[in-house]
Design a protein around this ligand. Structure first.
Ligand SMILES: [Ca+2]
Ligand SMILES: [Ca+2]
Length: 88
């Protein structure tokens, strides 16, 4: 019982601790989680069609596609996504 409470407490406070102590790591984790969410077919690339379901991603798509291949890979997405945008 006590252990369960501790796990629950850690689960609730970890995002805040991560933001305070390691903003870069927290940002990458959030961005990757967002990337996975947008990459609905899980092929490791965000196509323009996938991005069209997320207006904020669609808007930055062309600017983020630095190699102009019509899809965003995770590094393109990370570079183009500030932490605040990834959290939305
Ligand atoms: Ca995809
Ligand atoms: Ca690309």
């Amino acid at each position: 019982m006590k252990k369960l409470l501790i796990v629950a407490a850690v689960a609730m406070t970890t995002p805040f601790l991560a933001n305070a102590e390691a903003p870069a790591d927290a940002m990458v984790e959030t961005t990757q989680a967002t990337f996975t969410q947008i990459d609905t077919d899980q092929d490791g690339m965000i196509s323009k069609q996938e991005a069209s379901s997320f207006s904020s991603v669609e808007l930055m798509f062309d600017g983020a596609d630095s190699n102009q291949d019509g899809a965003l890979d995770s590094s393109e997405f990370e570079q183009a996504t500030p932490a605040e945008a990834a959290a939305q």
